[in-house]
Design a protein around this ligand. Sequence first.
Ligand code: PLP
Length: 427
Amino acid sequence: MRRNLLHFGYKELHYEIREIVAVAEEVASFGRTIYYENIGDPVAKGEFLPAWMKDIIKDALSEDSVYGYAPSKGLKKTREYIASHSHNTTPDDIIFFNGLWEAINKIYGYLDGPSRVLGPSPAYPTHSSSEAVNSGSDHLTYTLDPYNHWNPNLEEIENKVRYNPNIVAILVINPDNPTGAVFDREVLEGIISIAKRYNLFVIFDEIYEKLVFDAKDHILLSEIIGDVPGISMKGVSKELPWPGARCGWIEVYNADKDENFRAYINSIYMSKMLEVCSTTLPQYVIPIIYEDARFAPYLAERIQNYKARAEKVGEVFWRIPGVVYNAPKAAYYVSIVLEPALFDLSRVWPVSNPDLERYIQDKLVNIWAFDKRFCYLLLAHTGICVVPLSGFNALCQGFRMTLLEDDLEKFDFIIHSLEKFIRLIHR
Ligand SMILES: Cc1ncc(COP(=O)(O)O)c(C=O)c1O
């Protein structure tokens, strides 16, 4: 008899952002037009790299070196460029990965078995799921409070750390996905101070660092880390935006001050070495694109668009009873919390198409989370595809939508259809 093939943590593998697409595709097969508001891929929503950026990439394609392997940590020139624009980092402290996904996976995957990382709830599922898979049990979380601008409670973090000696690190996503929150200096310094007192390291996912609506709001880990060991995660998926490049990197701080942390980072580097390296081309163009005079105005225009759309969402949602709306301060997501006691999902039957109604009713049979039921019903009734917050490992109920739709008429239609649906299910 062959023994079991399954990894002990496989049940923790979830990625609702894409899982809901399978349902949306089924709903579409009944003739419903789908409005995809689920995935944070600007390219999928029609936002393309500007022509000047594509020209830089085309020019790079005529360089023979981009067809070869890069060093395992990444191209030296690019690491030098990044280090020269960061506090606290040398080129040697930077490691490139094939997308931040890979870095996330390795960072959790190379921790000693029982070691745990305390992360936010809600959280980007690649973090929560990878951490949970590697430890074989639910991700350990601290709460981002929708009734307090998505701020965490430092006392809660400290208590969790104090009473669980397996926690070796605290994860912060700043700017945050799914909430769009940007955390204040005090909150971030509070987390660093807890890490210092309990001898932990910190992981800051800063992939949205260049998409902050008001740049002065954003504090980078490198500015406040002091002598605590830490890792910052960055990448090009969101800011160029070139998610298909699968290119991200980590900046490591204070590895020289903690021998065990240094050895752990070295194990991540060694695992990268086994893979040889990350894709060369995107690394090659990073300094050229970032140094181009057109990059800053290009980013400023995108930020302006996201901000204007966020304001539109706010105008509609802040006045609906039972809805908790927090204006995002960065990136292109907004998370809307619904207070389940004030809504009754049984009020929306029937869907106009009986076959679609049967399909969606069958789907709902084993789904108990209020917000997941909400999202499936919303799909069937309006074709709008958003992600339930429970898919982000959240305790609160609600949904995340993107701010990527640049057809303003369509965007208006989407938010007003959402409003109508929410008002319809109000008790
Ligand atoms: C917070 C956060 N980190 C990491 C990633 C993954 O980035 P990459 O495309 O580099 O794998 C995402 C993608 O949505 C994200 O939102």
